[in-house]
Design a binder for this molecule. Sequence first.
Ligand SMILES: Cc1cc2nc3c(=O)[nH]c(=O)nc-3n(C[C@H](O)[C@H](O)[C@H](O)COP(=O)(O)OP(=O)(O)OC[C@H]3O[C@@H](n4cnc5c(N)ncnc54)[C@H](O)[C@@H]3O)c2cc1C
Length: 600
Amino acid sequence: MFARQIARPQARRMAQGTKVLSPEAHNALQSRSSTCRVGKGVRFNSTQTGQSSETKNDNSSSSSKPSSGRISSTAAVVMAGGTLTGLLGYYLGDQNGSKRGEYYNPQISANSPSGLNENYGSVDDFQKAIQELRDTFGGEDEGKVSNDAEILEVHGFSENDYHPGSSPTVVVFPASTDDVVKIVKIANKYKMPVVPYSGATSLEGHFRAPSVGSICVDVSNMDKILEIHEADSDIVCQPGIRWMDINAILKKKGVPLFFPIDPAPGATIGGMMSTGCSGTNAVRYGTAKAEWFLNATVVLPNGEVIKTRRRSRKSSAGFDTTKLFIGAEGTLGIITEVTIRLAPLLPTNVAVVQFPDVRRATEAVVEVMNQGVGIQCVELCDDDFMRSTNLYGMSQRKWPEKDSLFFKFQGPTPNALNETAKIVKAIAEKHGGTGFQLAKTEKEATDLWADRKNALYSGLALVEGSRGWSTDVCVPVSRLPELVYETKKDIQQTGIVSTIVGHVGDGNFHALLLFKNEKELEVIRGLVHRMVERAIALDGTCTGEHGVGIGKKEYLYDELGAGTVELMKTVKRAIDPHNLFNPGKLYPAEPHPDSNRPSH
Ligand SMILES: Cc1cc2nc3c(=O)[nH]c(=O)nc-3n(C[C@H](O)[C@H](O)[C@H](O)COP(=O)(O)OP(=O)(O)OC[C@H]3O[C@@H](n4cnc5c(N)ncnc54)[C@H](O)[C@@H]3O)c2cc1C
């Protein structure tokens, strides 16, 4: 995440770079890049592309600074890549039932595994598209169009997940809705896939470039608040602004309001809307799928611009087209402007309490939530997590290494907060809770909460030199203990070291699974698969908040049923008949082969 935060501004600066790849060279780079980055010296052979594995020195990834070593290895691959490009083009043309040089065939390719169109332009077409992008937006020096090797790589891979990846052919940095329209019209003319990109914190391979090549549309320069309507508790903003920056700007301006949806610190409004995200505040404020996004301006795959509705708090004028784009993962349109609702900033305080086991902790949460007291967040951290927090060394205290609940209370006055704390303490103790600790000062509250927020970094402290796979599932709250119990048992049997944290008030549970080599990574893939199957069997979902991307799409038939998945595909075909927008994500090919579960 921090690597990405460093990478974003650097990526913008690097758009002024000099190492430009032709589409042919890009394809050669793709062949190198189809191996997934799994950490220092670790090899992972992409199963998706069937291309060869390669060691990647991960030192480069903590910063996107150009490194001469990497560039020269790229150059070497580029030189060797000409022949491969031709072969790759032929292979893809053959797969699609038409040569890639041919123009778009409006019939859906019969052998498309997802049932969506896969007839794209040729390498030649893509070359023309890039030239037209440069004619429209200026050359590399103008900073809006880049196929610098480093920029391509930053936009095609993620440090946050372990899905097979590839780089886009070109990256464009639009500054306005008009710019996005121009890009999309060029993409349409040459039938070149388009992948929207923003904060780059998503966890399921959401912005991986399709292997045929693509235009990555990086909206991170569209990062302004355009209007603040304090009396209406809303703002109009661009999609590339981070939620944390919105809250910092409002605070600086003395506006006593905030945007309460809180995924990764680097996440932006466009990406958050597109993944249907949430975070620790969801128990009080709901998710991106609640009514926080009032309207959106969207560039559709044909280049048409729509605004989904006006700014009024509510509207019953037809069905909710704003929601169509929430969780669509950039497959239906590019969001270029959004009106978001804000909530009043209220005083908060933090408490922590330990339990004999997860079941007792969850039972306490169910009872607390039914009291209607002011709970902004309630987070479950398992005994391994508490141990990792002690090891990590950033905590102000040594914690009992037991399953624990972290509460954030919220209320209009200090008295209201104390009243809530009293009620919660009594309920916790009734369910076996011990050591209830309520922060006495604002600083203490911040310190306590920091221990929960450091989850990723403290978790990694359990195994020196390890990397972590983070995944989430969600079940009805009452089924959470069963899910956690079975999953912990499964993890222990494999010998994989992990921590578990959960937005327990929502039944949403995250595991951080640690690995040091490819063998352990394979074990983790199996664990994640079983965790998802378990959650769906408990009437839950394969993802409570991270979204589908590449990583979870195989579970959608199981979870949603064929009728619902086919409805999603029907909408996709209607809006994006050429399947230009973010192909390969969200829409599954076919039911998972292991699945024999009937539709719900
Ligand atoms: C350390 C860490 C903690 C996290 N914690 C949470 C958490 O608590 N809760 C949670 O829900 N998630 C969490 N996440 C995941 C991530 O923060 C969310 O998925 C977030 O919503 C992604 O936003 P982004 O701006 O980074 O989007 P990106 O990663 O840039 O893109 C995500 C998707 O949105 C599409 N997209 C981006 N911009 C646009 C646009 N303008 N128009 C159309 N489509 C677009 C992309 O094509 C892609 O499919 C965490 C991730 C990390 C690394």
